[in-house]
Write a protein that binds this ligand. Structure first.
Ligand code: SAH
Ligand code: SF4
Ligand code: F3S
Length: 459
């Protein structure tokens, strides 16, 4: 048996890159390390263990790992000069995609651990102390991982819960199906238990995470006679938990947006009126070549259907410009789609050629300067829509969940139902609660508001 007993007084520094699922995974790694004696270090320089939880989605994201490893090499040498040690682990999607390359390129790395293997971290650390060879753990053991995730401590009134992981869609630009593996859904019971435990600790808002979250499917709990639940039923079930006031989910795929989920968005009040529904491009030729499985028109119709069910829904999207073969006309169709849909927020990227994906080998790669131009034009339009959406909130009163203290004394920062940051003067006792705020002004990245009068008096 491996000895996993506490080693006293060790510290860990975890640096997280990439998406919200990596944020969730980093928190779970910290939870797994706590019982074996690791507390959080303030900086990598004075940590016994440094974990880089990496992202492989675009070339720039992946490159950051190697430059960070360069810095850590010096930090490790400094510690060793002082008679201390530093264990360096690379986790996440770069670990999965380039595990062997990291081990070869960066001898400073002690461990490479994929996104489906991080539950083995305590065991690996024990092994690492015995023989200091590079430990490489990149098996896909997603169910085993979820089973191993121990009780978690809430870190504020809003929390993520991974409900689905992996992707079977194979968009031709994307590495995620290779780094996260096939689509796997967590069982209802495990998700419910995690949500209940968070609610008992004061969590008011849960965001269900998945690479294709609306592809979630599972057997209903005992007592329910339906064959299978989809995300809509799961959300309705979680909405019954006392204390959970808000439910969100991300990221959805247009192909998996079924009627049950749309109906739930329409009538389940705890489901927030905000939907991240990436479309990527507006030209059918490009959508086909991306293997998206939908057209611009089917996406538009889907949006109409969702808006019929929930008229106040705010939409957000992801866009890629300069996919191979994209002409100026194709790009103009993306702009046209954005014009008709209207987004409250969006993420847009220049196409990045990822090794091993079909897109990387396609002819007619678009020149970098052309991608720069298209991205600037798209972002200008998306920014106009975002600020118009934010300005339209001025004068409205909306429920805000206060999550943290603001920069100015007496100020708290919270979230609107539409995921906007809201600043308001409010007593600290209101942290973790939901209260109506009247929006008075808009700053570049947030809304500024004031507590509705009677709530201020009652506080
Ligand atoms: N369904 C996933 C998408 C992950 S990737 C999710 O859970 O969020 C997030 C976004 O990155 C994609 O929607 C896409 O717009 C962008 N992206 C993915 N691969 C890319 C690439 N090779 N180049 C540029 N952007 C990319
Ligand atoms: Fe990537 Fe497409 Fe899967 Fe999203 S749906 S993770 S973009 S392959
Ligand atoms: Fe990046 Fe992996 Fe997330 S590649 S976006 S960290 S799933």
């Amino acid at each position: 048996m491996t000895d996993l007993r506490p080693k006293q007084g060790k510290s860990v520094f975890i640096r997280t890159y990439g998406c919200q699922m990596n944020v969730y995974d980093s928190e779970r790694m910290a939870d797994l390390l706590k019982p074996i004696g690791y507390s959080a270090a303030d900086s990598p320089d004075d940590a016994d263990l440094v974990i880089l939880n990496t992202c492989h989605i675009r070339e720039k994201a992946a490159e950051k790992v190697y430059s960070e490893l360069g810095r850590l090499k010096r930090a490790k040498a400094n510690r060793e000069a002082d008679g201390e040690t530093m264990t360096i682990a690379v986790a996440g999607c770069v670990a999965q995609a380039e595990g062997a390359e990291i081990a070869a390129r960066a001898p400073v790395v002690d461990m490479v651990i994929g996104p489906q293997a991080y539950h083995r971290l305590p065991e690996l650390l024990a092994r690492d102390a015995r023989d200091r060879g590079v430990a490489l753990e990149t098996d896909f053991a997603v169910n085993e991982k979820f089973d191993a995730l121990c009780n978690r401590e809430a870190e504020g009134p809003a929390a993520f819960i991974t409900v689905q992981e992996g992707c079977d869609k194979f968009c031709t630009f994307c590495v995620v199906p290779y780094t996260r593996g096939a689509e796997v859904s967590r069982p209802v019971e495990a998700i419910t238990a995690e949500a209940r435990s968070l609610a008992a600790q004061g969590v008011k808002e849960v965001t269900l995470l998945g690479q294709n979250v609306n592809g979630w499917a599972g057997a209903p709990p005992a007592g329910d006679s339906s064959d299978k639940w989809r995300l809509g039923e799961l959300c309705r079930h979680l909405a019954k938990i006392d204390g959970i006031e808000r439910i969100r989910f991300t990221t959805s795929h247009p192909r998996d947006m079924d009627d049950g989920l749309i109906a739930a968005l329409g009538d389940e009040e705890k489901l927030m009126p905000y939907l991240h529904l990436p479309v990527q491009a507006g030209s059918d030729k490009i959508l086909k070549s991306m293997n998206r499985g939908h057209t611009a028109e089917s996406y538009r119709r889907l949006i109409e259907k969702i808006r019929d069910a929930r008229p106040d829904i705010a939409l957000s999207g992801d866009f890629i410009v300069g996919f191979p073969g994209e002409t100026t006309e194709d790009f103009e169709e993306t702009l046209a789609l954005v014009e008709t849909v209207g987004y409250a927020s969006a993420y847009s990227f220049k196409y990045s050629r990822r090794p091993g994906t079909p897109g990387a080998a396609m002819p007619k790669q678009v020149a970098e300067a052309e991608k720069d131009d298209r991205l600037a034009r798209l972002q200008e339009l998306l920014e106009r829509q975002r600020s118009a959406f934010n300005r339209a909130q001025i004068g409205r009163t909306m429920p805000v969940l206060f999550e943290k203290a603001g920069r100015h004394p007496g100020q708290l920062i919270g979230r609107s139902p539409y995921l906007q940051s809201v600043h308001a003067n409010a007593p600290e006792s209101m942290l973790g609660s939901i209260a109506p705020v009247t929006i008075l002004d808009v700053t570049p990245n947030a809304l500024a508001g004031a507590l509705k009068k009677e709530d201020e008096d009652a506080a």
